[in-house]
Design a protein around this ligand. Structure first.
Ligand code: SF4
Ligand code: SF4
Length: 95
């Protein structure tokens, strides 16, 4: 019996830039945001998540999927958000 090759899952290389946390209110209606900054209410001043251990499933990008198309979609979205916010190049997600 022949076995199909199993593609190795490539974990998403989140650089923890917090761009998604800062823009989530613009993308997802109803998300709880800080009225002054527009960022998620759980985003701390140092860029970390105050509820990281219990963050919503939507924030668990590593659990969404695997495979080249999934990685590419996240790569495109994350880096586009970083460009829009003027985030330093050192945070770019690697291909
Ligand atoms: S925008 Fe992408 S790289 Fe930045 S914190 Fe969110 S998931 Fe990670
Ligand atoms: S819950 Fe945490 S990880 Fe999710 S958007 Fe808010 S700050 Fe970011």
């Amino acid at each position: 019996m022949r076995h199909l090759p199993v593609l190795a899952a490539k974990p998403f290389s989140c650089s923890q830039c917090a761009a998604c946390c800062r823009l989530v209110g613009k993308v997802i209606p109803g998300w709880p945001v800080d009225t002054q900054t527009g960022a998620c209410v759980h985003l701390a001043n140092n860029g970390s998540c105050k509820v990281y251990e219990t963050r919503p499933s939507l924030c668990r990008v590593d659990s969404w999927g695997v495979g080249p198309a999934w990685y590419q979609a996240n790569y495109d979205a994350c880096n586009a958000m970083q460009v829009a916010l003027g985030i330093d190049l050192s945070f770019r997600v690697p291909q």
